[in-house]
Write a protein that binds this ligand. Structure first.
Ligand SMILES: O=P(O)(O)OC[C@H]1O[C@H](O)[C@H](O)[C@@H](O)[C@@H]1O
Length: 581
């Protein structure tokens, strides 16, 4: 019999789920050596040869200051190092700082009138399997309670499920005024972070900025409250079952074959990379009749011992591809840690991520809404634009940053321009029909429905859709370091001069500026290739992407770009990375 709660591993037949075993071990160990100090135990166990030796001790916990709180902001998320032990990566996100953010979130919810129907203000708290998750959850809950709010423990969860906990209806349970997901997405085991949601979606950069600033008002209280020790009393209400039922319902309605087991005879391999995505096999696909044997790394494990849970990583995709081919599956699905991103693999082992994933989903969206606009990030290929246009769609190649892409789509829709899909090459993709939420599981659901319908109609696999997608022969991304704290300004100066060089015909063969440039500058040479130079969204680097349809093209274009940088002699930009190609 399958265990009721978070039964991740299809091969397991006992009631002792991997998650429970993990929790028991963690609790036992926490009691023995105290909260926060669990890293060493797992590290030694899983990586005996590692030189890792330090435990997080109170001496390694930095003092929370207004500046340290501000530094936790990473765009529209909070991110930091939560566990000690990795060289040159001191702890930056502490239980105290998370307490302060719990207080600030309740303030923000009340001040933006999100709690008018429930002045108490209820906040759900979900987390991925990182080892620092339980102590940060406890701290966030204490902050919420300190402000008179109600904290609910959503337990092990996914980022999209945390959003759904704010929009549920009566049948699915109470909708919380706010919900947070404790996760650092695909980043290594020692990091953690916070994503914030209300029923209107994920919070924007400016709201998170407000909270990181407001949090500073609670530093003194945090020190007092956290010094009390013990654990916060929080009601546990896992949400993942309800979220799974929403996804099952979508599949049943989407395939619409008159049965409650529309996936019978369909074999799907899920690779969750030991993040939070294992539920998708056991709670969504298997109950609908799918055969998920061959799935791997479904057990949540905060050390991510197999491969990084990240569909952008070669190792993750290769590992999942092997599993798909070995088990002769119809489809493979790879999730990132918190399941807001996914990629798929077809039955022939073709990896469908980046431009290919966008193409498949554009095809699906345009079938339903012909003539609509697909919003993507800036590094999408020229072949993708042609593909979208050949399907009768309009391609808006916007900026990097999934929030930028999603917000652009929301803006277009509000102006009456139909934009059903907004998606980044990273795999962050949102659909208008799904609350404009970047939801890796929902994208997987859309692809499964399409794949099953094709199979039922006697057609081939999902990869067929890509037959008309022209893929570049060569592609490359390099990041050029900027040694100047004013890196944004340095970047825009370089870009301005780069633009002038393109306009003057500096780059052969006949590169011209692309018609639409929403960030950096993109140069195109008809039927040969393109390159884009832009500033990174967060890091002190410039990013150069090159794609070529001619053999040796990337090298040829890169050499010209290196020459240009050498002539310009920018003091702060290190362009040597291009020369190593
Ligand atoms: O500008 P870059 O350094 O390439 O980073 C860009 C990336 O930053 C973050 O990770 C965002 O979550 C992504 O949506 C975005 O694509």
């Amino acid at each position: 019999m399958r265990a009721a709660a978070f039964a991740f591993c299809p091969q397991k037949t006992t009631e002792t789920t991997p998650f429970r075993v993990f929790e028991q071990r963690r609790r036992h160990h926490q009691q023995r050596i105290g909260r926060h100090f669990i890293t060493e135990f797992y590290r030694r166990k899983r990586r005996p040869s590692s030189s890792f030796s330090a435990l997080s001790s109170s001496s390694e916990m930095p003092k929370t200051t207004p500046e340290s709180l501000k530094r936790l902001q990473n765009g529209s998320d909070v991110r930091g190092v939560a566990l000690a032990g990795v060289e040159n990566e001191p702890i930056t996100i502490t239980p105290e700082s998370v307490f302060c953010l719990g207080c600030a979130f309740v303030d923000w919810l009340r001040e933006t009138e999100k709690c008018t129907n429930n002045p108490m203000c209820t906040v759900g708290i979900g987390r991925d399997p990182r080892l620092s998750g339980p102590s940060l959850k406890d701290a966030f809950a204490r902050g919420v309670q300190f402000k008179g709010g109600v904290a609910i423990d959503c337990e092990l969860s996914t980022t999209p499920a945390c959003f759904f906990a704010t929009v549920s209806n009566r049948e699915l349970g109470p909708a919380y005024e706010g919900c947070v997901m404790l996760t650092a997405s695909h980043l290594p085991f020692n990091r953690n972070g916070i994503k914030f949601f209300t029923k209107d979606g994920g919070l924007d950069k400016k709201d998170v900025g407000f909270m990181c600033e407001r949090a500073a008002e609670y530093i003194a209280e945090a020190e007092k409250e956290m010094a009390k020790g013990g654990e916060a009393k929080i009601e546990s209400r896992p949400y993942i079952d309800k979220y799974s039922s929403i996804l099952r319902d979508k599949i049943i309605k989407g395939i619409n074959d008159g049965t409650n087991e529309p996936l019978k005879g369909f074999k799907i391999v899920v690779d969750a990379g030991n993040g939070s995505g294992g539920f998708f096999a056991t709670k969504v696909l298997e109950p609908l009749g799918a055969d998920c044997t061959g799935s791997q790394f479904l057990d949540p494990d905060g050390m991510f011992p197999n491969h990084a849970p990240n569909p952008e990583e070669k190792e993750a995709m290769e590992s999942a591809t092997k599993a798909v081919l070995a088990s002769k599956a119809d489809l493979g699905i790879v999730f990132d840690t918190d399941v807001d991103r996914s990629a798929v693999i077809d039955s022939f082992g073709k990896e469908i991520n980046r431009n290919k994933l966008i193409a498949v989903l554009s095809h699906i969206a345009l079938q339903k809404e012909p003539g609509s606009t697909i919003v993507t990030d800036s590094v999408t290929s020229s072949g993708l634009k042609t593909f979208i246009e050949s399907k009768g769609g309009i391609h808006l190649r916007y900026m990097r940053g999934y929030k930028n892409v999603i917000n652009k789509g929301i803006e277009l829709n509000s102006k009456g321009i139909n934009a059903p899909l907004m998606i980044e090459t990273s795999g962050h993709g949102a659909m208008k029909e799904n609350y404009n939420l970047d939801d890796g599981a929902y994208l997987a659901v859309k692809i499964i429905i399409e794949a099953v319908k094709r199979k039922n109609a006697g057609g081939g696999g999902i990869g067929e859709i890509l037959e008309s997608l022209k893929e570049p022969l060569e592609s490359l991304e390099v990041r050029l370091k900027i040694a100047n704290p004013e890196f944004k300004k340095v970047g825009s100066d370089v870009i301005e001069q780069f633009k002038q060089a393109i306009e003057s015909g500096y780059f052969e063969p006949n590169f011209v500026c692309a018609k639409e440039n929403f960030e950096g500058i993109r140069a195109e040479s008809e039927a040969k290739g393109w390159f884009l130079l832009r500033s990174s969204l967060h890091d002190p680097v410039m990013v150069l992407n090159i794609e070529s349809d001619e053999e040796g093209g990337v090298k040829k274009y890169a050499e010209q770009i290196v020459k240009w940088f050498e002539e310009k002699k920018f003091a702060d930009v290190d362009a040597s990375a291009i020369a190593t190609i």
